[in-house]
Design a protein around this ligand. Structure first.
Ligand code: SF4
Length: 334
C-alpha cells in the first residue's frame, strides 16, 4: 500500500435504542463496532458484506455525514473528528460520496446543470455563471455525457446516466477520496461494467482514491486493490484482492466467494450456503459473531471473540481457526 491518505482506527457507530416515555437508552445497535483500516493514495479499497453489516454506515461516518461514536479518522494527517463544522465543510472538498440510488440522490427539481454546479456554489469554486457553465460542461464530458443536455432533468436520463451525473457532481470539487456506496447495485448488469470502467478510467486520469462499498464480491473484484470484509459491524478479513480471491481464510469470506460465478467450469467452487439470517447488531451472539452460521464453529467460538491477526503479510483475519495454539493457521499447515 502506498502512503496512507486515510487511516481509520477502532471506528464505532452505535445507535441508541430508546424506550418508554422518558426515552431512556436501553441498549445500542452496534452498526460499526471497532473497525480499523488504512487506504493508500491512488488505491481502491473494497468494503464488502451483506446488507446490514455496517459497511455503508462506515462510509458515511468517514465523511461525518453520520457522527462516529468512537475511534479515530485521520485524513492526510488531520484528525477528522476534531474538525469544527467550518473546517469539516472545507475538508469535504477532499472527500466526496457517490450514493447507490442515482435517482434518489438527485433533486428531481434541479436540472443536471444545477445538480452539478451546486457543490461549486457551496464551496465558492466558480465566481461567475459562465465559469460554472464551462465547468459543468467539462464535468459532463469527463463522465461521458453530452453537455448539450445540461438543462434537462434527472428523469430524462437512464439509471446509468444518472449515476454518471452523481459522479460528475462528486468530481466537481476535485476531491482526492471518493466513497462509492454501492454505486452500481441499482443498475442493470450490462450498465454496471460501463460505470465501473468509467470509475477506473477516472481514477487513473485524476489520481483518485476510492473506498468502494458493495454487497457482492464479484463487483469489487476487478476494481479493488485491497478488500475488507465486514460482518455485523466488524472487519473479519482484509487482504490484497488477488490474495483474498485465491485464498479466502475466514469462513464468511469463503461463503461469499462461493457465490461468485467463475468463468472456468473446471475451477468451479462448491457453493457454501449460509444458514440463517444476519443476527441483530442490537443483540449480537456471544464469542465470534459469526458462530451461529459458521460451518467450522468450535466450542471456543461460542464463548470467546477471535483476535484480529496478520496471518501472512498484508492478510488479516479474525477467526479462531488461525489462533497460534492451533498451529498459527491452516494456510501454514495445508
Ligand atoms: Fe467460524 Fe469460529 Fe472462525 Fe468464527 S472464529 S469464523 S465461528 S471458526
Amino acid at each position: 500500500m502506498s502512503e496512507p491518505l486515510l487511516e481509520v482506527q477502532d471506528l464505532k457507530k452505535w445507535f441508541p435504542i430508546r424506550r418508554g416515555i422518558f426515552s431512556r437508552t436501553v441498549g445500542n445497535v452496534r452498526a460499526v463496532d471497532g473497525v480499523s483500516f488504512a487506504v493508500g493514495a491512488g488505491e481502491t479499497f473494497g468494503l464488502v458484506g451483506e446488507s446490514g453489516c455496517g459497511k455503508s454506515t462506515t462510509g458515511r461516518t468517514l465523511l461525518r455525514l453520520i457522527e462516529p461514536t468512537g475511534g479515530k479518522i485521520t485524513f492526510e494527517g488531520r484528525d477528522v473528528r476534531k474538525l469544527s463544522r467550518t473546517q469539516m465543510r472545507a475538508m469535504r472538498r477532499q472527500m466526496q460520496i457517490v450514493f447507490q440510488d442515482p435517482y434518489g440522490s438527485l433533486n428531481p427539481r434541479y436540472t443536471v446543470r444545477q445538480a452539478i454546479e451546486e457543490p461549486l456554489l457551496i464551496h465558492g469554486l466558480a465566481s461567475s455563471s459562465a465559469e460554472r457553465e464551462r465547468r459543468v460542461a467539462e464535468l459532463m464530458d469527463t463522465v461521458g455525457l453530452s453537455p448539450s443536455r445540461m438543462n434537462r432533468y434527472p428523469h430524462e436520463f437512464s439509471g446509468g446516466q444518472r449515476q454518471r451525473i452523481g459522479i460528475a457532481r462528486a468530481l466537481a470539487v476535485s476531491p482526492k477520496l471518493i466513497v462509492a456506496d454501492e454505486p452500481v447495485s441499482a443498475l442493470d448488469v450490462s450498465v454496471q461494467s460501463q460505470v465501473l470502467n468509467l470509475m477506473d478510467d477516472l481514477q487513473k486520469q485524476l489520481n483518485l482514491t476510492y473506498i468502494f462499498i458493495a454487497h457482492d464480491l464479484s463487483v469489487v473484484k476487478h476494481i479493488s486493490d485491497r478488500i475488507g470484509v465486514m460482518y455485523l459491524g466488524k472487519m473479519v478479513e482484509l487482504a490484497e484482492a488477488d490474495d483474498l480471491y485465491a485464498e479466502p481464510l475466514h469462513p464468511y469470506t469463503q461463503a461469499l466467494l462461493s457465490a461468485v460465478p467463475v468463468p472456468d467450469p473446471d475451477a468451479k467452487r462448491d457453493r457454501i450456503i449460509l444458514q440463517g439470517d444476519l443476527p441483530s447488531p442490537a443483540n449480537p451472539p456471544q464469542g465470534c459473531y459469526f458462530h451461529p452460521r459458521c460451518k467450522d464453529a468450535m466450542d471456543v467460538c461460542r464463548v470467546k471473540a477471535p483476535e484480529w491477526r496478520e496471518v501472512k503479510p498484508g492478510h488479516h483475519v479474525a477467526c479462531h481457526l488461525y489462533d497460534e495454539e492451533r498451529g498459527g493457521s491452516t494456510w501454514q499447515t495445508s
